[in-house]
Design a protein around this ligand. Structure first.
Ligand SMILES: Nc1ncnc2c1ncn2[C@@H]1O[C@H](COP(=O)(O)OP(=O)(O)O)[C@@H](O)[C@H]1O
Ligand SMILES: [Mg+2]
Length: 307
């Protein structure tokens, strides 16, 4: 299975509705894991509100950051800094001065265009929490769509919300390109009149509106495969939650997903972060590092946790 962006790099993005669930931790570890296999990797910290990937790699905040791209028009490629880890570069986010709401549409397209052309085999993007359309659009840029949750109901509910919004946004983009946006908008406004109760009923309703729209929905569903990672697992019985999430995604949202893996809660993680160490480098033989390597394998091959 291969998926490569325009510049020849494969883009992975990691999202999930909630903050504090391990998105940045996992993306930094997955990047380190790929780099450890000799791949050229660039991590992009696109959490514009709270960029902290550098800390998870054990380095100080780089001077070069996305602020220079958005405010001084410096090309992205010039802002990639070395991390001290072989083959791993970092494009750091911006704290404070940059308000995601004030990023112009043209700047955003330029940002996306330059990400795809970065000189790397893998570009891994970390996202902020929430479902701001800038976050979702950045997520949708990726060839591999990774989502993280922890085994807690609030995080899982946020994940469903994130996925539903993300797929809907993908559909809106596709409908806009195909001149079907008005049909979609009208159907959305009319949904209560048609007694539509949930997302899957809405999709079924849309399919019945026009054969073109039906085809478009199928295409968009086929190209939206998410890979689920369950983080901070504490109990053995929590492992199956990944399979349940996969079933719910299909049954209630019509969305295909794969359960790419789980990572247990490990007290060494916060300790490492506080000591400014990269977890994968400090504890490569730990069980959780092994689980992260398995997640990397499964994301690369489309493999899954077996039932
Ligand atoms: N597998 C884990 N085991 C123990 N602690 C973890 C694990 N994953 C994440 N954490 C803790 O959770 C905190 C938040 O993780 P982070 O990656 O910053 O979340 P997010 O990017 O989703 O906001 C980290 O600072 C770390 O201490
Ligand atoms: Mg984060």
């Amino acid at each position: 299975m291969t998926a490569h962006g325009e510049g020849g790099c494969e883009i992975w993005a990691i999202g999930g509705g909630k903050g504090g669930i391990g998105k940045s931790f996992l993306i930094s570890c997955l990047g380190t894991a790929l780099a450890g296999r000799g791949k050229r990797v660039v991590l992009v910290d696109a959490d514009l509100g709270g960029a902290n990937l550098h800390s998870l790699l054990g380095i100080g905040r780089p001077k070069a950051s996305l602020t220079s791209f958005f405010e001084k028009k410096v090309p992205l490629a010039e802002l990639v800094v070395a991390t001290g880890i072989d083959h791993l570069g970092l494009l750091t986010g911006a704290i404070g001065s940059l308000d995601p709401d004030h990023i112009k549409y043209t700047q955003k397209l330029k940002f996306f265009g330059q990400i795809k052309k970065l000189d790397a085999e893998y570009v891994l993007i970390d996202l902020g929490a929430g479902t701001h359309f800038n976050t979702i659009d950045t997520f949708l840029l990726a060839d591999r769509l990774l989502v993280v949750t922890v085994p807690e109901i609030t995080a899982i509910e946020n994940l469903y919300f994130f996925l539903k919004n993300t797929f809907f946004r993908k559909l809106v983009h596709a409908c806009t390109e195909q001149g079907l946006k008005e049909l979609l908008r009208k159907a959305w406004l009319d949904r209560r009149r048609h007694n539509i109760q949930n997302f899957i009923e809405f999709l079924a309703h849309l399919r019945g509106l026009s054969p073109r729209l039906e085809r478009l929905i199928e295409e968009q569903l086929d190209t939206f495969t998410i890979q689920i990672v369950l983080n901070q697992v504490k109990l053995r019985q929590d492992i199956v939650i990944g399979h349940s999430i996969r079933s719910v995604c299909k049954k209630y949202y019509g969305l295909s997903s794969r359960y790419a893996g789980y990572v247990e809660h490990d007290d060494l993680v916060p300790r490492c972060i506080n000591n400014r160490q990269s977890f994968m480098q400090a504890y490569p033989a730990s069980r959780s590092a092994g689980q992260i390597e398995l997640v990397a394998d499964n994301v690369l091959t489309g493999g899954e946790v077996s039932l």
